[in-house]
Design a protein around this ligand. Structure first.
Ligand code: ASP
Length: 482
């Protein structure tokens, strides 16, 4: 076989899954549009049937999240010595904060320069009157709930429920005024959905404790380590379903769109502003930070993230993509103790795409509503957009919910979220893609910055390191499975 053909064959073999997944997204998009082009009206049931295989894929990924998240963080922190995990954690937090603040500032710069909300065609009645999101709590309640969820009162409950404040109106209470939610009775409630933030914090604490306990903690460390590796092996199997999974998810989503006109028409400028911001952040800001921190070009690494990006785009969920992001980092040869520490935390709190979108959307709506944006208000939007991105869950369109908080800072009603609803499903996919790329690049940056410390810790292996040794063998095994 000629050399070039052999090279080509080995490239296809090495990247088959990525190519198939990207093909899944492209052909899903094409089929979705073709089915719409037939002019047939697809009922919700028909769309649900079409989405069904994709839904099964999503359920398999979601099922891995809790065991993988907890076991990865505990085993990663437990196997690093304390001062090293402190330094790695600090680097990761500095990276997350820097990139999120850069994303928000870029979003604000773009939306105030392009001014998509000043386009006279951008505001028309139908969507603005659709009341799908209503304001049920004050911004302070949302922020306090975020912190409450960091400290779950019952760790088992945290795997299935999240705490949420509810303001209840009682007509018999003379102190309450209808419509003034600040006078309502404050009640606490649990709603279904994993409290990922609480699990992350508890796992960090448990990891630190096991690291401190030394020899005595070995059985538990071995348990979490093995659990994490087992979850990654299952991920390696589930991953092969991603081309089909994303194909059905994307097709069904496109069949569902109400009006294509709205996408390119009324909200076109807003859509393009967010997209431009995400592109500049992903390929500009993050690349510059990457070069500065690692002295290497990011292209080679980003090229290896095709699988991660296609899955993020198809599922619109950074949490569901997390197992695949960890797998991708393993394949790039990063230290598993760093990736298993940095990626789950990143997937939970580091959402640059979401932060950028929250800032752009809030200011876009303010422009539509002709709200005067003083410097103080812009600063308030930046701060709440950052908090809203940290508080947003890694699930589809979670940003839309925390957006209420950002709108509140410019005194806009929660119902105004419905203005951008028509394009949100698609923007969500792009921002999720940036969210996960940022996490993966973060893992490379933190690994590179921590290399000296890692080498030192390797020179003096701890008990936990000896446990970690089989990880390499498992990684080989996993590669063989694929
Ligand atoms: N879907 C996004 C994610 O999972 C969150 C959002 O921006 O809505 O990362």
């Amino acid at each position: 076989m000629p050399l070039q053909l052999r090279r080509c064959a080995s490239f296809v073999r090495g990247n088959l899954l990525t190519m198939l997944t990207v093909l899944g997204v492209a052909s899903g998009t094409l089929l979705g549009w073709s089915l719409r082009a037939t002019g047939a009206q697809w009922s919700r049931r028909e769309v649900m049937y079409f989405q069904y295989p994709g839904e099964l894929f999503l359920r398999m990924l979601k099922c891995l999240i809790v065991p993988l998240l907890v076991s990865s963080i505990v085993s990663a922190i437990g196997s690093l010595d304390l001062s090293l995990s402190g330094r790695v954690g600090l680097r990761a937090i500095v990276y997350y904060m820097t990139t999120t603040v850069c994303a928000v500032m870029l979003g604000i710069a773009l939306v105030t320069t392009i001014k998509p909300g000043n386009d006279p065609g951008a505001f028309s009645a139908p969507n603005a009157t659709r009341k799908l999101v209503t304001k049920e709590t004050l911004t302070s309640d949302t922020l306090l709930d975020l912190i409450r969820n960091v400290f779950p009162e019952n760790i088992a409950q945290a795997t299935i429920a999240t705490y949420r404040t509810r303001l209840v109106y009682d007509p018999n209470d003379p102190r309450q005024v209808q419509g003034h939610i600040e006078t309502y009775e404050i009640k606490g409630d649990y709603q279904s959905g994993t409290n990922v933030l609480g699990l992350v914090c508890f796992s960090i604490l448990l990891g630190i404790t096991l690291g401190k306990m030394g020899e005595r903690s070995r059985p538990l460390q071995a348990f979490f380590h093995t659990l994490s590796e087992a979850m990654m092996i299952i991920t390696g199997w589930v991953i092969w379903l991603s081309p089909l999974g994303v194909f059905f998810l994307v097709t069904a989503k496109i069949m569902e769109i109400e009006s294509f006109g709205e996408l390119v028409g009324r909200l076109g400028m807003y859509f393009m502003t967010v997209l431009l911001g995400l592109f500049l952040h992903g390929f500009g800001t993050l690349s510059i930070l990457f070069v500065l921190a690692t002295k290497k070009l990011p292209c080679r690494y980003i090229a290896k993230m095709g699988q991660v990006m296609a899955t993020a785009f198809g599922t619109a969920s950074s949490s569901a993509t997390m197992p695949i992001t960890i797998g991708c980092c393993d394949e790039m040869g990063l230290d598993p103790r760093i990736t298993r520490f940095v990626i789950p935390i990143g997937a939970t709190i580091n959402m640059d795409g979401t932060a950028l979108y929250e800032a752009v959307a809030a200011i876009f709506i303010a422009q539509l509503r002709k709200v005067d944006m003083s410097f103080g208000k812009i600063v308030a939007v930046s701060v709440t957009a950052t908090a809203a991105s940290i508080g947003a869950a890694g699930i589809p369109q979670a940003g839309l919910v925390t957006m209420v908080m950002v709108l509140d800072t410019v005194n806009l009603p929660a119902e105004d979220v419905s203005i951008i609803l028509a394009v949100d499903w698609l923007l969500d996919r792009f921002r999720t893609t940036i969210n996960v790329v940022c996490d993966a690049l973060g893992a490379i940056i933190v690994t590179s910055l921590s290399q000296g410390d890692i080498d030192k810790s390797r020179a003096a292996p701890t008990a936990a390191d000896r446990d970690a040794a089989p990880a390499t063998e498992l990684a080989e095994l996993e590669k063989g499975d694929r």
